[in-house]
Design a protein around this ligand. Structure first.
Ligand code: BTN
Length: 325
């Protein structure tokens, strides 16, 4: 009911009386008043004036469906959004729900208590500071192609940031960087059988409004947030809607054409690695090389001492004047 009341307050330009609300929703005025108070506790600023009623002054930057649905244009991604105040990991929750969930279902949380990064690392996910979202995808593709979806995720984040006026670069395959520091990452997980993908979970983590003190101290040299990089707080709900809309465009294109050429172009144009000396870390091996391009399959083409090779996965460090980062 709370959701219906906030929708109604959003709709109304000025005041709406308690009487009208109680008539419309078939509730007593006391019940309406209780719901309004619960909404205030959620962070909505609602003015109440005797004989005039209630008026919505401002909404909190929360990323539930009610708050972002007005901005969603998606045809597949985000048709259903499951919201948590706090959760271990949205990727884990998405995996739990994936078998029965509709493709495009998004799991979001205000906070993750065991956020996961790539390669068994953790992902710092303090409450209401970042975007922590996992999207359930069921593409008709061979499992060996699944890594391409990471690039789709990275391209969507870069485009969404651009929609918000923020320039970023993509460090193949899954990092979004600003000013040489990581601001977002993608964690792609898959369930498959021989030749068939059951589902893919595309986990997107963006550091949005963390201050320097709110970043893990050991990462301050390597990581940043949009707020630190831009010098101002960013509306998470707007950014999340843009990410989902951009991902929807690229994903629908993949479904229709079977390729990810547009996403690849975005990754190439905004690449932080192409043309750079890099180190490719694969397991225990560290191989210095020169990043040449990203090929049609989304693989990184690297010139090593032994010659030109495709790199399918791995981690890349880029050479800077201070060494490799
Ligand atoms: C990385 O760069 O290492 C990937 C980070 C991915 C973090 C996101 S936050 C939402 C989703 N849930 C998780 O536990 N991880 C991903």
């Amino acid at each position: 009911m709370k959701h219906k009341i906030i929708d109604r307050l959003h709709e109304e330009e000025g005041f709406i009386s308690g009487e009208k609300l109680s008539e419309e929703f078939g509730l007593s005025r006391t019940a309406i008043w209780k719901h309004v108070n619960a909404l205030r506790e959620d962070g909505y600023e609602i003015e109440s004036v005797t004989r005039r009623g209630y008026r919505l002054i401002s909404s909190p930057d929360i990323i539930n469906y009610d708050e972002i649905k007005g901005e969603l244009t998606a045809s597949v991604i985000g048709k259903k959004l499951i919201y948590f105040q706090s959760i271990g990991s949205t990727n884990d929750k998405a995996k739990e729900l994936a078998a029965k969930a509709e493709e495009g279902t998004v799991i979001v949380a205000e906070e993750q208590t065991s956020g996961k990064g790539r390669l068994g690392r953790s992902w710092s996910s303090p409450g209401r500071k970042g975007i922590y979202a996992s999207i359930i995808l069921k593409p008709d593709m061979e499992p060996f192609n699944a890594a391409k979806l990471t690039l789709l995720g990275a391209a969507s984040v870069a485009l969404a940031l651009e929609d918000c006026g923020i320039e970023s670069q993509i460090k193949w395959p899954n990092d979004i960087i600003i000013g040489g520091k990581k601001v977002a990452g993608i964690l792609t997980e898959m369930s498959c059988e021989l030749g068939i993908v059951n589902y893919i979970i595309l986990g997107i983590g963006i550091n949005v409004n963390q201050s320097v003190e709110e970043l893990p101290p050991e990462l301050v040299d390597k990581a940043t947030s949009l707020r630190i990089a831009e010098g101002k707080a960013i509306k998470r709900k707007h950014l999340l809607a843009q990410v989902l809309n951009r991902l929807d465009e690229l994903y629908v294109q993949l479904k229709v054409t079977g390729d990810i050429e547009q996403a690849l172009d975005i990754c190439r144009e905004r690449s932080a690695v192409i043309g750079k000396d890099i180190i490719v870390v694969q397991g225990r091996k560290q191989r210095p090389g020169h990043a040449v391009s990203i090929n049609h399959d989304g693989e990184l083409m690297v010139r090593f001492d032994e010659g030109l090779e495709q790199v399918i996965s791995g981690e890349v460090s880029i050479r800077t004047e201070y060494g490799y980062v």
